[in-house]
Write a protein that binds this ligand. Sequence first.
Ligand SMILES: [Zn+2]
Length: 276
Amino acid sequence: MQNTARPKGLKKIWREIKRPFRQTFGRHSTVPGRAKNVLEGMENIHERAANNPEHVESFCPICRKGSDKPFRPFGLTARSNALCPSCGSLERHRFFWLFFEETLKNWKKEGNGSLLHFAPEGFFKTRFEQVFGENYLSCDIVPGRAMKVIDITSICLGDETYDYVVCNHVLEHIPDDRQALSELYRVLKKGGVAFLAVPLKGEKTDEDLSITDPQERLKRFAQDDHVRFYGMDIKNRIEGVGFHVSVVNSNTVVPSECLRTVLGIMSDDILFVAEK
Ligand SMILES: [Zn+2]
């Protein structure tokens, strides 16, 4: 479907964004550790765009719509350049998608593989359905929010049934997150990959399961239904159930600050890529 609102020139810019990814990842690459400098070739794209009369201020890799305005502000403290007005995605979603879509090509299983998606974000749902077709299953513990009701700590699926798991901003809600992680490990096929994102602060996880008062949780864990505030040491927890974990930093995936601005991606955003 043609999007008539898309400024001219965007197609070309998008092509240039994609090319370095394709060239960098070898056929047999498992990527994350090798994501280094992936997008170095993108360095000057924003400058080129800026010098272009068809100036592009923002470009969303999820809905692939561009604009001559930045993304909208979003959040309690109103972060600028955050919300995509077309699909509703935020910075972390665009970072995830950029990484996921491109790495997928190199991890390609038979067909496109299969994906289990926890607490599904609407804008990903459509894209995932396009990629995985009937091998896509969304799930949530709350009925009506996804295709299947699933408790992440007791997943009602067989061992080694999925190639990929996407689980963004879920674990911080789960008291027994180690049990959840070991369930994710169990349902993944050998060689399968879980993409995990959580709110992060500092190095050490701050956790106190005895805190159940929503106001206390809000104060300490930044949201009234969070049970902890993860630090970078979550990596050990993920590895603890058997995964090999790569820490992917948005600055590594998109080294150009200018380009991160165009794509509306934060500096030092972190995605954990866990391979079985
Ligand atoms: Zn969008």
